[in-house]
Ligand binder design. Structure first.
Ligand code: CTP
Length: 413
């Protein structure tokens, strides 16, 4: 399970830091690679040398260490991992992440990462129970940071209560659970549409749109990372094919629909393509010439097939979960609800693209997941984080076939 996994381990200052060395040893034994960031306070409890010998790598310490920055920027450091583990997590580092402070390498890496974060808190019981720490804990949990421990017991400071860092074996188990969730969709087949469609007027001209395909490609990559056998049907984009995904390149809406039909049956379909609503009624076989008179040709358009609606109405071949995106500038939930009903899909991820939202041209977006039961509003997220959250939401709704036996009857299929 851990073989080949890359873990970024942040070691903050606490007497429990010595236990982290044991954690590193066990992770390495299981085939994971560990890269350590040691805070200044952390270095009071474990030496950089002992961490470096156990990780088999250099230990990253200073934000403005030029060698580190030249070799690997702190952003890169935080993104090259599959999981970020903070052990021990002090009250201070929890507060920094909860409030968005980034004044050293550890807090900067935590703020910059787009990977899941697991924290193993360790602190004095009064510090743990303090309303400030508890409020930070709530904030972090709401933002999907995961926690293991703290445990109850005697503390190094002589007090008794909650605050002892979880044992290395417990942290290891939490890390394995995290990766198991990542394989949540194994055994499932998924189909994703992405990018624009180009509708040919003649061999050289077309009607198209500016969709970059970034959201759809990120969804395909996230579903594949969660273990689904994923087919991506994409219009013309300037993006590389995502790793581990079968990518089919098409131009027009009709080609996209045909490729989607070919990919059936699937259990999950996510339509993120910006399909042209219309295409020219006729496509000239030869390049259209200006001719001698200066009159422009009149374009006659016909509607394109709606791929999302078609997939939603496939009868016995209908995917179990059909998901569409909607861009709205006003009455977001109402419009998305109407789209849900008219297309017959299961979820609409409604995107707020009003000028005030700053979504257009930006990297972040605010999603409202609308289904028959109501609305779930997500925090403002980058497109990749939207994709990862969608994949894990699909995993909760449609767990991998081999996982169903471990779930309660109500959720199992
Ligand atoms: N879609 C599709 N095939 C089409 C048109 C849209 O699969 N021919 C899918 C898109 O991939 C997206 C959703 O339907 O998942 C968007 O629906 P659409 O009705 O096009 O909504 P908007 O683009 O938001 O347009 P409008 O609000 O103008 O209807």
């Amino acid at each position: 399970m851990l073989s080949g996994r890359r873990i970024l381990l942040v070691v903050a200052g606490g007497i429990a830091a010595y236990k982290t060395l044991e954690l590193v040893r066990r992770l390495r034994e299981r085939g994971a690679s560990v890269r350590a960031v040691l805070t200044r306070a952390g270095a009071e409890f474990v030496t950089p040398l002992s961490l470096a010998s156990l990780t088999g790598d250099k230990v990253y310490r200073e934000l403005f260490d030029l060698t580190d920055e030249a070799e690997m920027g702190h952003i890169q450091l935080s993104r090259d991992a599959d999981l970020v583990v903070v052990a021990p997590a002090t009250a201070d580092i929890m507060a920094k992440l909860a409030t968005g402070r980034a004044d050293d390498l550890a807090s900067t890496a935590l703020l910059a990462t787009d990977k899941p974060v697991l924290m193993a808190p360790a602190m004095n019981v009064r510090m743990w129970e303090h309303p400030a720490t508890q409020s930070n804990l709530e904030t972090l949990k709401r933002r999907a940071t995961r926690f293991v421990g703290p445990n109850q017991g005697d503390m190094a400071c002589g007090e008794y209560g909650y605050g002892r860092m979880a044992e290395p074996a417990e942290i290891l188990a939490a890390i394995e659970t995290q990766f198991r969730a990542a394989g949540r969709l194994s055994g499932r087949r998924a189909l994703v549409t992405s990018g624009p469609t180009f509708e040919a007027l003649d061999p050289v001209r077309f009607l198209g749109n500016r969709s970059s395909g970034r959201q759809g490609h990120a969804v395909a990559a996230a579903l594949a990372a969660a273990g689904a056998e994923t087919t991506l049907v994409t219009g013309p984009v300037a993006l590389p094919d995502p790793a581990g995904v079968t990518t089919l390149h098409v131009e027009s809406a009709e080609e996209m629909l045909a490729a989607c039909r070919e990919a059936l049956p699937v259990e999950i379909a996510v339509c993120a393509a910006a399909v042209a609503d219309w295409r020219p009624a006729q496509t000239a076989e030869q390049k259209m010439k200006k001719g001698t008179d200066s009159r422009a040709p009149e374009l006659s358009l016909v509607p394109n097939p709606d791929i999302l609606a078609t997939l939603s109405q496939q009868g016995p071949q209908r995917p179990r979960l059909v998901i569409g995106f909607a861009a709205e500038t006003e009455n977001l939930v109402e419009h998305a609800g109407r789209k849900l009903a008219s297309k017959g899909c299961d979820w609409i991820l409604a995107n707020d693209v009003s000028p005030a939202s700053g979504t257009f041209g930006g990297d972040e977006t605010t999603i409202h997941l609308v289904d028959a039961a109501g609305v779930e509003s997500w925090p403002r997220l980058r497109k990749q984080a939207v994709a990862e959250r969608l994949a894990s939401r699909i995993g909760e709704t449609l767990p991998a076939p081999h996982m169903t036996e471990t779930l309660s009857e109500g959720v199992a299929e």
